[in-house]
Design a protein around this ligand. Structure first.
Ligand code: NAD
Length: 445
């Protein structure tokens, strides 16, 4: 009987799973038969949904999910592609209305990581973690978070390294210490434990690099005397504004929807070349401000059919993930309006660059990280962006589409040392009935 599992809330779905005595389940792409295999016949409906979806499912190699032993929370690992190496990407702790929503989010974000990592020249594949919120628990309670993230670490260990997790929205560096307590397959752990710490400053520098590439491409100028609009005054935007001031920009207009953020930024930066603004709901003033660069550094989807027509800039370049509400149509809208779009997954890569190779050791001003920010290395943000703009110009196509095509091509190159090992790991998990392994086997008591 069709239960419409996709329409259930995550908590209702967990109730169903517990009734069916399912504590772990998976879906994996079988490339020989071009179909989806699932661990449980009771979940065929979800496998069918994945098979028939053309929007967010893109032959993802595996989706592994476990139910928390303690709370109504699902721990998920979405593994898109592992040709270049283990899937890498952060774990998001977020509230979803229904099963379809968290599946779509995980699928889309994992695919995005494949392209971000490949375009950065990293030998990592693409993956993303999702933890679904349970409204009945206090998610700010540190003891609860400790249990939840320790369980997430157990999931990582059980997956034998086909996915290596990291920090993302809703997750803090301190949570990563709890993940790390149960697995070696994590990055972004606190600096006190040998990790790379806060990625916001490198991310800000990366966005500035993307801006410089855009200006150079348009008219061989730089940031000197330019006007920049910054949407959001969070962890990335604040250091970015300071870097822009060092580059001698003429003026920055920056806004946030939270008064506290505006006040914090004002007291931290306090410069006559910056105008800070508290934005009201549906405030259009930043979009309308005449500027050289509009920089989305807030949340996703702020650029869409309603806001793009109001933009008054030459370049869009910012840190926010998924800034385009519709990646195809909004990319075209910017193109048709004559605005140069620096693709978000190209310019905001430094978060993952900063942490992905943590296990290879760490050097102050690490050359392996710094080269992403210079103008010489062929895979640096600057050079990659110039390559994307040039190729897009030659083909008269959008920059978003061009960047995706280059990333897609790079993402299917096999790792020079390990080959397509992640896929082999997934096959072995399935052959060894990962879903039936006792959870407690993985706990380091
Ligand atoms: P943050 O949460 O510290 O800051 C985001 C700010 O945007 C907040 O102050 C929030 O109040 C504000 N905001 C939300 N909606 C807004 C709106 N409509 N208009 C104006 N302001 C609004 O996040 P962050 O770490 O600074 O990251 C910014 C963006 O960059 C996010 O989309 C994040 O996913 C992405 N990103 C961050 C990193 C990183 O290293 N932190 C790396 C890659 C991508």
């Amino acid at each position: 009987m069709d239960k419409n599992l996709l329409a259930l809330s995550p908590v209702e779905f967990i109730t169903f799973l517990r009734e069916e005595k399912i504590s772990r389940f998976y879906f994996a792409f079988d490339d020989l038969n071009s179909t989806i295999i699932s661990s449980h016949s009771q979940l065929t409906e979800i496998a069918e949904f994945l098979k028939n979806d053309n929007r967010d499912f893109n032959t993802h190699e595996g989706i592994f999910i476990q139910v928390s032993r303690h709370f109504n929370v699902l721990h998920c690992a979405f593994i898109h592609r592992t040709n270049r190496g283990q899937a890498a990407g952060g774990v998001r702790f977020w509230n979803y209305d229904k099963v379809e929503d968290f599946l779509r989010d995980g699928l889309r974000l994992a695919m995005g990581m494949t392209y971000k990592n490949a375009l950065a020249g990293l030998w990592w594949g693409g993956g993303k973690g999702v933890m679904t919120e349970d409204e009945s628990i206090d998610k700010n309670d540190s003891e609860i978070r400790k249990i939840l993230y320790s369980e997430y670490g157990e999931l990582m260990t059980s997956l034998n390294g086909c996915y290596v997790t990291a920090e993302d929205v809703g997750t803090k560096v301190s949570d990563m210490a709890n993940v790390f307590s149960k697995t070696r397959f994590t990055t972004c752990i606190p600096a006190e434990l040998g990790g790379s710490g806060n990625p916001s400053i490198p991310t800000a520098r990366g966005v500035v690099s993307g801006m410089e590439a855009g200006l150079h491409f348009l008219d061989k100028t730089d940031l000197n005397n330019k006007i920049i609009v910054v949407q959001g005054l969070g962890n990335v935007a604040r250091p970015m504004i300071k870097f822009l001031l060092e580059k001698n920009v003429k003026h920055i207009y920056a806004g946030d929807i939270f008064e506290q953020k505006v006040e914090e930024a004002y007291s931290e930066i306090n410069n006559e070349r910056v105008t800070f603004k508290l934005l009201q709901e549906d405030d259009r003033s930043l979009y309308l401000t005449e500027c050289d660069i509009f920089s989305p550094c807030a949340v996703g989807a702020t650029l869409n059919s309603r806001t793009i027509p109001t933009l008054n800039c030459k370049i869009v370049c910012g840190a926010a993930n998924n800034q385009l509400e519709d990646p195809i149509e909004d990319d075209k809208r910017l193109f048709e309006k004559g605005i140069l779009y620096v693709p978000d997954f190209l310019t905001n890569r430094m978060g993952i660059v900063n942490c992905a190779d943590e296990q290879a050791g760490y050097i102050k001003n690490d050359p392996l990280i710094e080269r992403h920010l210079d103008q010489k290395w062929e895979f640096s943000i600057y050079r990659t962006a110039l390559n994307v703009f040039k190729t897009a110009g030659e083909k008269n196509e959008t920059t978003g589409r061009t960047a995706l095509k280059i990333a897609e091509e790079m993402s299917i190159r096999n790792n020079p040392i390990y080959g397509h090992r992640g896929k082999t790991i997934i096959k072995s998990l399935i052959a060894n009935e990962w879903q039936n392994k006792n959870f407690d086997n993985y706990s380091l008591k």
